[in-house]
Design a protein around this ligand. Structure first.
Ligand code: NAP
Length: 495
């Protein structure tokens, strides 16, 4: 179940939001009394409530807005119980002074905005002394391992326990809480009005993550990155799981570089069967893999890992996706100048994406020339794969059959920028832009207007995600759906 937290300064707005949420499918809400400006009218808030209500009134020390008299706050909580509210949230340190009465269920809570203490079981035991119907423990995650400690506590506790970590490193625990037996998880009404760090909106929780479908059998996949918030993979993978009726969820895990080993050691206990891997882990993850496909070895980077029994297998779907995108586009009747073999290819950029495509192009006997803003990086790449280098400023001196942009130039919000001026594009060129947000970058628009054959980053992104989906599930991916979701999401991100 999802409990949607509502914090508004006016009764009228709080009630309207409550009603609206129920119309949107919410079945349980938390009304945050500390947000209300002036005196709280409990009768008004609770009369004709359209779904069960949890009332809380947070002090500043617990992340709330209540700055008034503590006796007045405790009286408000007692009055709410007398008024017959469905659930009341009482902080552990004041729980002894607020007795059980009537049918109101007691949620005894503990908050820590600095850390997830080592002594979580002791905190649980202390709360258990206060006659709770539900234990609530919310702490800040300072490392991904905190999530596992919290979720294990949730699973092992005798009294129903809502336990999760706050902050962007704790978001995964909010999404996986139900899998570990938490009676509910919290969400916010609007992503712009987050009531606690790391909270997701009710819409995201339901429409993207299908939280209410998550149970103890749900198979977990995800992406590890730092930062991870920008990733569009949760949108497309979760939509694909839903379409294929799989009991699976795809979660964003923020994993800093120094926490990678611990996270991989924890992964199976979190229910993880497969992961997408991105910056900064693509290279460093390799030393943890027992099996790797040839491309991973050749490129020196993996973007997908599969947990297969005790072993960890690594793949690079970027490389395959890039080549499949090229091969599919460079075919008659759209393209009648033959395949990639022997073609001159100018690759712009010398980062991870460039490495993946240069590796594959070299194996196809293309004549690869790399131009990168930092020439030393291009030289390093050339040394590794045996291709040539030109300075960034002299990139127009190459007359390529195929131009591949592996820089982020043109990416949202810098949509008026291009890595290759229009007047240097010739109609015979194939132009491939790896940037996928937006799909129609300035480079793509210029290339089309010059009569070039174009391949967009969306094509490649959906292809690499489909290949991951196949590795994760063994099933063919719902390609059209994934493509639609990506286009919709990037379209929305543009505005
Ligand atoms: P990366 O490892 O950070 O490499 C970026 C490269 O672009 C570096 O060579 C960097 O040069 C260069 N660069 C950055 N800003 C530049 C600028 N303003 N002008 C010129 N060069 C610039 O990134 P990556 O992982 O290779 O990704 C590159 C792009 O490909 C990103 O936009 C990413 O979203 C996209 N991508 C798309 C897909 C897909 O499926 N469509 C897959 C992977 C990547 P310096 O060394 O000088 O910084």
């Amino acid at each position: 179940m999802i409990c949607v937290s509502i914090g508004r300064s006016r009764h009228r707005h709080m009630m309207a939001e409550h009603k609206h949420l129920v119309e949107q499918g919410a079945r349980f809400v938390e009304l945050r009394l500390d947000w209300i400006a002036g005196d709280v009218n409990l009768k008004r808030l609770l009369a004709d409530r359209p779904c069960p209500v949890l009332l809380s009134c947070r002090r500043e020390v617990d992340g709330g807005k209540w700055v008034g008299n503590e006796q007045k706050r405790l009286m408000l909580l007692r009055t709410a119980i007398v008024e017959g509210v469905d659930y009341i949230d009482i902080e552990e340190d004041v729980a002894a002074s607020i007795p059980r009465f009537g049918k109101t269920k007691r949620v005894i809570s503990y908050h820590n905005f600095r850390k997830t203490p080592e002594e979580l079981p002791a905190i649980y035991a202390q709360i258990a002394k206060h006659d709770p119907d539900v234990v609530k423990i919310a702490t800040l995650a300072n490392q991904p391992h905190d999530n596992l400690r919290m979720l294990k506590l949730v699973r092992e506790s005798k009294i129903p326990t809502v336990g999760f970590c706050m902050g962007d490193m704790g978001t995964a625990s909010r999404l996986l809480a139900g899998r570990f037996g938490s009676p509910w998880t919290y969400a916010t009404f609007h992503q712009e009005r987050v009531l606690a760090p790391g909270q997701l909106s009710f819409q995201l929780m339901t429409e993207t993550y299908h939280y209410n479908k998550i149970d103890s059998e749900t198979v977990v996949y995800g992406v590890i990155a730092d930062p991870v918030g920008h990733s569009l993979s949760p949108q497309i993978h979760n939509a694909a799981f839903r379409q294929c009726q799989l009991n699976a969820v795809y979660v964003p895990f923020r994993v800093p570089a120094q926490n990678l080993d611990q996270f991989l050691a924890d992964a199976r206990q979190l229910g993880i069967h497969g992961l997408s891997v991105t910056i900064p882990h693509k290279e460093s993850v390799i030393r943890k893999l027992n099996k790797v496909e040839a491309a991973v070895k050749g490129i020196g980077a993996a973007n997908t890992i599969i947990f297969d029994g005790d072993s960890l297998a690594g793949y690079n779907t970027d490389c395959r996706a890039a080549m499949e995108s090229l091969d599919r586009a460079m075919q008659p009747p759209a393209y009648d100048r033959g395949s990639i073999d022997g073609k001159t290819v100018l690759v712009l950029g010398a980062g991870g994406a460039a490495r993946a495509i240069v590796y594959a192009l070299q194996r196809r006997n293309a004549k690869v020339v790399v131009a990168s803003r930092t020439t030393s990086r291009a030289e390093q790449l050339a040394d590794q794969f045996g291709c040539s280098v030109v300075d960034w400023e002299t990139r127009y001196s190459v007359s390529p059959d195929l131009l591949v942009n592996c820089t982020p130039v043109g990416m949202h919000p810098f949509v008026d920028e291009t890595p290759f001026e229009k007047h240097h594009l010739r109609p015979s060129m194939v132009v491939f832009d790896m940037v996928y947000n937006p799909e129609n970058t300035l480079l793509m628009k210029d290339a089309r207007s010059q009569g070039c054959l174009t391949i967009t980053g969306v094509e490649m992104f959906v292809r690499q995600a489909s290949l991951q989906f196949k590795l994760f599930t063994g099933q063919e991916a719902p390609w059209d759906l994934m493509r639609d979701v990506l286009k919709r999401t990037t379209g929305a991100a543009k505005v």
